[in-house]
Every structure is written in C-alpha cells, then in structure tokens.
Design a protein around this ligand. Sequence first.
Ligand SMILES: [Zn+2]
Length: 245
Amino acid sequence: MEGSPSGSAKAVTIGQNDRSKPTLTAYTIETVESSPFAQNAYLLWRQGEASALVFDPGFDTWSLRRWLENQRLGLAAILNTHGHADHIAGNRTMKEVYPDAPLYIGRNEAFLLNDPEANMSGPFGQPLVSPEADRLVSDGERIKLGGFDLEVREIPGHSPGSVVFLCDEFDPYFVLGGDVLFSGSIGRTDLGGDFSKLMSGIHAKLFTLPDSTVVYPGHGPPTTVGAEKRSNPFVGAASGHYRLN
Ligand SMILES: [Zn+2]
C-alpha cells in the first residue's frame, strides 16, 4: 500500500484501542484521553516505520510512553494543534524521554507555549510552560514525518493560530483536528476566541474535504466531515450557516 497514489490506497485503520482487527494495515491511530479536561492525545504510526508521531500530548504521558514502549517504537515528532494547557501539558515529559523528537506548532500559536495566561493554565490555577518549539509551521505547508506526508491548515478562532494536520494519503482522508470541529460541536470561542473566524475556517478548510474524511478531535469521539456538514448545530446545515450542495 505504501507508495500508492494519493487517495487510492485502501487502508484498514486500527484505532480506538481496537487490536482485534486484521494486522494488514497501513497505519494505526491510538487515542489517549486524559483528565481533567477529557483531552485526546493521539499516537499515529505508519506500518513499517520505526517511530510514531504524537499529537497534543496531554496530562497522561504515562499511557503515551507505555504504548510506544509496548509497540517498541521511537517518537519521530511531537505536534501541537494549538497551545492550550491541556494539549501541551505533556510536551516537557515527552521531550525529556525522546530528546530527538522535534516539537511542532503553528507559527501564530507558538507564543502560547511559554505564556501561562495565554495558554489558560494560569487562569485554571496551575501555570505551566512548555519547551520552545523546534519548528513553526504555516498554513498550506506540507511536512514529512514518521513516514507520513501531512498538510498543515491553519484555522484560528478557538485559539490565535490553531492548525489541523491533514493526511490525504489514505482513503478515507483523516485530520488531526484539535479543538476546531467536534462531533456535534466546535471549539469554545468565549476565551478570547472568534466564532466567525472559526466558522469561516471550518467551512473553507474542512468542509471542502471529501465527506468521508475522518476528523479526530481534541475532545470526544471521531466524526466525519459529511456528518458535521449536515448536522453540526453551530456550523453545519442544521445551524443555517451552511448550505449543502
Ligand atoms: Zn483548546
């Protein structure tokens, strides 16, 4: 399956802790939900690669490390969709354990890493800062990491420079989406965010993807672009803010 043209490879996903599927798979995505914000960290591994990627390591770095150790995998990179505390809390530990793994975050989001007021850890009473980023990414950029070729799409509104990471090498496409679009909801915009920016970003940069595209959000279960286009009560057709073709 590797090297197949974009979009035509048939991938079997082993995800959501389901190890019972056949082993003939192109990639594995593993969710680690952590307390107290029910935040989803994701481990993404391409079959045949020696290292995986971690997206938004949260408060439960123990489970992230245990999974990597059980799979006998290294860590190719740490990627942050945005800089809110629950999504960056594990950056320091993961960097300490895997010092060669570079830390990626959106160019317009990086200042949250070392600003406890901006990253919301101060207001929640437990100020935290993350190590500095090693790489700042921009809207439209493609990055090759851990055997994946990911496209960066910046969608601000929940936070100043949130990005999502799109993988369009498999069918269906999938997106590591952070706190932009949830199953039946969207990221909150009452903490200095901007609803209209968030909505227009979702319409332009997520709702233009195939309906089958799977979104792995920062909180709650996965969803698809098609389901949210139809029924999302904030930005979908059900909200009156979006018209289905
Ligand atoms: Zn957030």
